[in-house]
Design a protein around this ligand. Structure first.
Ligand SMILES: *Cc1c(COP(=O)(O)O)cnc(C)c1O
Length: 392
């Protein structure tokens, strides 16, 4: 091979065999090479028995998919470039013009925004239900209902629904309307650790791997896990046609984060419960929402169905504290930084606009701040909240 440009590409050196290490290899590819035409024609990427193109999977993405499926107690997994992309993939794979999707009214905001934007433009109707009232879901299901979203707990307001009761309502309806009605749980909070989605009967479990599995606040990714092969293939084909690939460097970060996920979940759980209970006793606070706190909406459901809780709590200020003072409190915090997302190393907080987030009923007049507890010392976090409360 005379020319350097050719020699740099077709280089004869092969490293010795026998390199084994703890982390899985990071394989990068758009193109996957075939030894001959017969192999090109025969490869099957859909069952992970071969590789055809980077978008269809690499050894690295297959490893992460298998580990997320295991984490959730499911059988199949498809990865998407963000948690939101995983949510919208489910809707696009399952819904068509004329269908209805049911969404809990306290759901993750961008999932509702997708329903009001693209789904509505495509002739798919969103129907909102009160997740704390299975009879309300039952009333709203109709012959065109095809997908029911579940979320436990609600993203900001943290009510923990009776998931088995909601699933039972859906299954009873599906038995009478056999056109196909499926449930999908946004399981970012439970993360496969707090409870088993499939044991509770859901069809699909979606996670923002951005949160706990990554744990680093440095990557965006999502997953959809199923137990049913046919449902997985439906999702997989839509995923392929939409071109929702994920990059190997990002997959590497999530694989790395998975190693420490269980201990992070547990440490953040302990710290969050301590902070939430402590904050409930502060005079400026009317109520604190955290599923493990007695009195928090749905506490009994959480207690029955879960063994752990994630790193979120929401504090509702007394109605006499004006929003401008709550904003000043958030500005005065030094360790809790202002920002979206959660389950990373740094504690975060953000004020939210109530009651728009919970249209079917919000019992408080005061402002709400959601806290995400990171991995700092709990004593330092308490001191931070106390110093910031001085501005009130
Ligand atoms: C963050 C989050 C998502 C979306 O994840 P991204 O990776 O940020 O798109 C979806 N659902 C819940 C409950 C979340 O907290």
């Amino acid at each position: 091979m005379a020319d350097l440009s050719t020699a740099l590409i077709h280089h004869p050196y092969q490293p010795p065999d026998g390199f084994e290490a703890v982390p899985p290899g990071v394989h990068k590819a758009s193109t996957v090479l075939f030894p001959n035409v017969a192999a090109l024609r025969a490869r099957d990427w859909r069952h992970k028995s071969g590789y055809t193109y980077g978008l269809h999977g690499t050894p690295t993405t297959f490893v992460l998919e298998e580990r997320i499926a295991t984490l959730e107690g499911g059988r199949h997994c498809v990865l998407a470039p963000s948690g939101l992309a995983a949510l919208t993939l489910v809707a696009m794979a399952l819904l068509t013009s004329g269908d209805e999707v049911l969404i809990p009214d306290n759901a993750y905001g961008p999932n509702k925004a997708f329903a009001e934007g693209e789904l509505k433009a495509w002739g798919i109707r969103a129907v909102y239900y009160d997740p704390m009232n299975p009879a309300d879901l039952q009333r709203r299901l109709g012959p065109r209902s095809r997908l029911v979203w579940l979320e436990a707990p609600g993203s900001i307001t943290l009510e923990f629904p009776d998931l088995p009761a909601l699933v039972a309502v859906v299954k009873a309806h599906a038995a009478v309307h056999p056109q196909g009605l499926l449930t999908a749980l946004d399981n970012t909070w439970g993360a496969g650790i707090a409870f088993s989605a499939f044991a509770l009967g859901v069809d699909m479990s979606v996670q923002a791997l951005t949160k706990y599995p990554s744990g680093g606040a440095d990557v965006l990714m999502g997953s959809v896990v199923t137990q049913d092969e046919a449902l997985h293939q439906r999702l997989l084909l839509t995923h392929m046609r939409l071109g929702l690939g994920v990059g190997a460097n990002d997959v590497e970060l999530v694989l790395r984060g998975l190693n420490t996920m269980a201990v992070r979940y547990s440490a953040q759980d302990t710290a969050t419960r301590e902070l939430a209970a402590w904050m409930q006793g502060l005079p400026a606070i009317e109520a604190v929402r955290h599923p493990a706190l007695p009195g928090s909406p749905g506490h009994a459901h959480w207690q029955r169905d879960c063994t752990a809780a994630a790193c979120l709590f929401s504090a509702i200020f007394r109605p006499e504290v004006p929003q401008a003072r709550i904003d000043a409190f958030c500005d005065a915090l030094q360790l809790f930084r202002l920002g979206y997302s959660w389950a990373g190393p740094m504690s975060l907080c953000a004020p939210y606009d109530m009651p728009a987030i919970r249209p079917s009923g919000w019992p408080h007049a005061g402002g709400l701040v959601r806290f995400s507890v990171g991995l700092e010392s709990v004593d330092d976090l308490k001191a931070d909240i106390l110093q910031a409360l001085q501005v009130l």
